[in-house]
Design a protein around this ligand. Structure first.
Ligand code: NDP
Length: 336
């Protein structure tokens, strides 16, 4: 196999507040002949995810910051176009973490072969069948200990994780499921397509008022993707022994100022609440369990999904920012 050129998006400056184009650059990187053990993969879809905003900062977290001058890493899926490694034939579909580039050439150990399912778009392995679907499942089961009949509230409900949470909660026997999202179209989809019993637009009126009106009998499980006003509103209405799975806090990811905490933390004591944060990386042992259940539900046609697709690796930054601004419904992916 001859040389090849890859278009890659690199982080060159740490964003202050909202990222801007100048924080990134597009580079052409040349790959030479394949070394023994390497494969070359043409990506078909790249993932853009909220956690990437945290990695753009030079701050200690559960994963190290992105390196300046290096290509943005992250979930991606593609096909092997050249191989010098056993078990990775040309044409195989592979998942990997090499991120925002159209072509990648690395040691085969960094890739996982994914069986192709006829009729199932490859992009779903970055969303409902992959990391975001599993996040929803883990949050509801291992973190929140969902019980049949529980009333569940989900913030960020129309996104990749949120659309999965509502449906999985129902499939696991939840009672009432309430969601919040940021547009009337999203709110309509939540009840019409994603199995939510009630939904509201958090931009219409204070979350506290809207949630209290829709949860007259309280909330047993809060799956939080947003934090801030959503967490405060949920604390107000949590039932005794309620569980809060803290999955994310996207309302503060681009903040430059420290944001004040909820004014009602005493509710944790009064209601004997459990609040537990999690990152999916700590629960990878549940991958098989999730895979088995999701495959079954998906095969039964019990899972709806949306994707918002942006074309072109050179638009990965736009896709990332659009997702952070709420222009996506379901999973945001870049099609290469
Ligand atoms: P989404 O597909 O949900 O996209 C992000 C959404 O966040 C936007 O569509 C937007 O929807 C919403 N949003 C943005 N700003 C605000 C705000 N200020 N207030 C309320 N909503 C806002 O992304 P993901 O599903 O990939 O991720 C959702 C959450 O889950 C994130 O917090 C992420 O960090 C977290 N996560 C955590 C994981 C873990 O292991 N703990 C793994 C994966 C994700 P809208 O139009 O409704 O505002």
């Amino acid at each position: 196999m001859t040389e090849a050129v890859s278009t890659q998006i690199q982080l060159v400056r740490r964003p202050q507040g909202w990222p801007v184009d100048e924080d990134f650059r597009t580079e052409k990187v040349a790959y030479g002949e394949l070394a023994p053990g390497q494969i070359r993969v043409a990506n078909t879809f790249l993932s853009v995810d909220p956690y990437m905003r945290g990695r753009m900062n030079d701050a200690e977290s559960y994963i190290p910051p992105f390196e300046l001058g290096k290509t943005m890493t992250g979930g991606a899926i593609g096909r092997v176009v050249a191989s010098a490694a056993d078990g990775f034939p040309v044409g195989a579909v592979v998942l990997h973490q090499y991120g925002w580039r159209d072509l990648v050439q690395e040691e085969a150990a960094g890739f996982t072969v994914v069986p192709e399912i006829p009729g199932v778009p490859l992009s779903l392995h970055l969303g409902i069948l992959g990391m975001t679907g599993m996040t929803a499942y883990v949050g509801l089961t291992a973190i929140a200990g969902l019980n049949p009949g529980d009333t569940v509230f989900v913030s960020g409900a129309a996104g990749a994780v949120g659309t999965a949470v509502g449906q999985i909660a129902k499939l696991l026997g939840a009672g009432r499921v309430i969601g919040s999202a940021g547009s009337p179209e999203k709110v309509r989809l939540l009840t019409e397509k994603y199995g939510y019993d009630a939904a509201f637009n958090y931009k219409d009126a204070p979350v506290r008022e809207q949630l209290a009106a829709l949860a007259p009998e309280g909330v047993d499980v809060f799956f939080d993707n947003v934090g801030g006003d959503h967490l405060e509103a949920a604390l107000d209405v949590m039932n005794r022994e309620g569980r809060i799975a803290v999955c994310g806090a996207i309302s503060v990811y681009n903040s430059t100022e420290k944001t004040p905490g909820p004014d009602n933390l005493s509710r944790i004591v009064q209601q004997s609440l459990t609040i537990k944060g999690f990152t999916l990386g700590g629960y990878l042992h549940l991958r098989e369990e999730f895979g088995a259940r999701m495959t079954e539900w998906f095969g039964q046609g019990a899972i709806a999904y949306d994707e918002t697709i942006v074309d072109g690796v050179e638009h990965a930054v736009d896709a990332f920012l659009d997702m952070m601004r709420g222009k996506n419904t379901g999973k945001m992916v870049v099609r290469v």
